[in-house]
Write a protein of this length. Sequence first.
Length: 112
Amino acid sequence: MPDLTVASSCGSITISRDVVADIVTETVARCYGVVGVTTRSRVGRLLRRGRITIGGDAGGMRIGLHVVVEYGLNLAEVAATVRSQVTYDVERLTGLTVEAVEVFVEDVKVSA
């Protein structure tokens, strides 16, 4: 997919989807109840890169991420917090609009 480009009368700004994915990864790591971002692929595990997808365009991004949540917590509340925080941080840091954040809870684990 092409990078995200915002045009104005003074020029344009291009933001890589990888940069947005890095912002999402850092934000999710700080969310209460999230043990980690997960991937099902062996390559993803070797590269330590979670399954984060950035779709849409600069007018409305669609973000998908797969997480592992701490056992015993309300999954819906953790997912709502992740969705809210990711939307806030991505919009604040990039100036782009987030249309949707889809959080997939892949697993629950007892944190050490």
